[in-house]
Design a protein around this ligand. Structure first.
Ligand code: MG
Length: 470
């Protein structure tokens, strides 16, 4: 009897300690999934029942943005709450990259680790593959995954012989598999999911931050045997259905561990679909262009957030927000102090909680591509495209092979995203006052974060890490 009372007291103290620590955070960041690839956002030819359930039990964001339409820059923004130029990360880093995310920057993992959270990452890192820059050096206790994109691989059909070193699957900083094969690629989505489930089961008593970054649906596409040939769409649909299954496994583990009501789960994509791959790419939904451009198809991504009892079930947020807001929002929800260095994201927890009248905290969101080109910004319903050249698609590829890119040049163009989400009607000459207001916002941003298009160096730019390889 005495023992029972004692253990009951211990259990209550544990629950109280956990509540004081704030919620667990699970961040799922998929690679190159399009806005239109969720069942609830009109996906055709495949099903996403677990993601659709996550939307039904949580909040779906219709106007959620990445900071850059490409992998490394997008991931740097997610993990630091900063626009990519503030932390010096541009584009997609290659193998043996001489730069990476500076360990002097505070990541989401470091912020929560300082608050006593256990941390783990399973999936694609892509913020520097030098041993000094891998996840274990950036706040994660545990790591399994690819150090960069799965196409930076000797067996990639478009790679020249010898252009890529062997692609390892890392466990911590060591190669668990020194040379990833097609078979290993096909196992990745399930491997990451299994490790995520194991991590949740091992950390029922301590607050945790779990970052799952599937290598899919980035080309080359691979799927495990249990999903091969299952969807009507073909391989891309099979890959999404396996990712959806993985989300279901993670949510199931949370429920079985009694952590459902104390865990914020966020799902988003790192950029729009890689449309030039045709049937091996997803859908940007109603939006123009895709990955690698600052049209909406490249930067507006699917985003779901679920935290039963805290985020209203079945809600839709149509306010402008982005991945840069996740770090400061998690800081607000957990009581973790913000990084000392300046960041760009803002707390959107009033939006998450469905507070009546809550608005986007941003006057504008900025979109960068290339080597620090400020290509576009959005303020309220308006989007200003700044003069620049971008890649278009002249011919679609198919079945894993790329198509043919063209090049387009645009001047100063203005779009009203609520009336014209597909960016088809340039309003610049009809709305000179709006152009002037957004141009002034762009000019202020250049002074702070720089802009290669106007050869501006920003006051607030910080250097990336620079590393030597033997
Ligand atoms: Mg990507």
């Amino acid at each position: 009897m005495k023992f029972k009372l004692l253990s009951l007291t211990c259990f209550c103290l544990l629950l109280a300690a956990r509540a004081a620590a704030g919620p667990n955070v699970v961040m799922i960041y998929v690679d190159d999934m399009g806005y239109g690839d969720l069942g609830v956002q009109g996906a055709k030819g495949f099903a996403t029942p677990h993601l659709d359930r996550m939307a039904a039990e949580g909040m779906r964001f219709t106007d959620f943005y990445v900071a850059a339409p490409v992998c490394s820059a997008s991931r740097a923004a997610l993990l630091t709450g900063c626009y990519p130029p503030r932390v010096g990360i541009h584009g997609a880093l290659g193998p043996k990259s001489k730069t990476g995310l500076n360990p002097d920057e505070m990541t989401l993992a470091e912020m929560l680790k300082a608050k006593g959270y256990a941390t783990a990452m399973f999936g694609k890192w892509h913020l520097g593959d030098h041993p000094d820059l891998l996840p274990l050096k950036q706040g994660f206790d545990e790591y399994l995954g690819l150090p960069y994109s799965n196409d930076m691989w000797p067996e990639n059909p478009k790679a020249r012989a010898g252009s890529y070193p062997p692609l390892p699957l890392l466990e911590g900083a060591q190669a668990a598999v020194p040379q990833v094969t097609a078979e290993v690629q096909a196992s990745l989505t399930t491997r990451y999911a299994e490790r995520a489930v194991q991590f949740i089961r091992q950390h029922q008593a301590a607050p945790f931050f779990l970052y799952v970054a599937p290598s899919m649906p980035h080309v080359p596409l691979f799927v495990s045997g249990k999903f091969k040939g299952k969807s009507a769409q073909g391989l891309y649909g099979d890959v999404i259905e396996e990712i959806d299954w993985a989300v279901g496994e993670i949510m199931g583990a949370l429920k079985q561990s009694g952590l459902d009501g104390n865990t914020l789960v966020i799902f988003a994509s790192d950029n729009g679909p890689w449309s030039i791959y045709g049937n091996h790419a997803g859908s940007p939904g109603p939006f123009r262009e895709s990955k690698g451009t600052c049209w909406e198809g490249g930067i507006r991504v699917p985003c779901l957030m679920r935290w039963p009892g805290q985020i209203p079930a079945g809600s839709v947020c149509r306010k402008m927000a982005g991945t840069i807001d996740i770090l400061p929002t998690v800081a607000a929800l957990t009581g973790a102090p913000l990084p000392e260095k300046k960041i760009d994201g803002m707390d959107i927890s009033p939006l998450l909680r469905g507070v009546a009248g809550a608005e986007s905290p941003h006057d504008s969101l900025l979109f960068y591509y290339g080597k620090n080109e400020l290509q576009a910004l959005r303020s309220g319903p308006w989007k200003l495209m700044l003069p620049h050249a971008y890649r278009t698609i002249e011919r679609l590829g198919a079945d894993g092979l790329t198509g043919l890119h063209g090049k387009a040049v645009i001047g100063l163009e203005l779009y009203h995203l609520e009336q014209d989400p597909g960016e088809t009607r340039n309003q610049a000459s009809a709305e000179p006052a709006v152009v002037a207001r957004l141009s002034a916002l762009a000019q202020a941003a250049r002074g702070e974060l720089g802009d290669a298009l106007t050869q501006t160096r920003g006051r607030g730019q910080r250097p990336p890490a620079l590393v030597d390889w033997p």
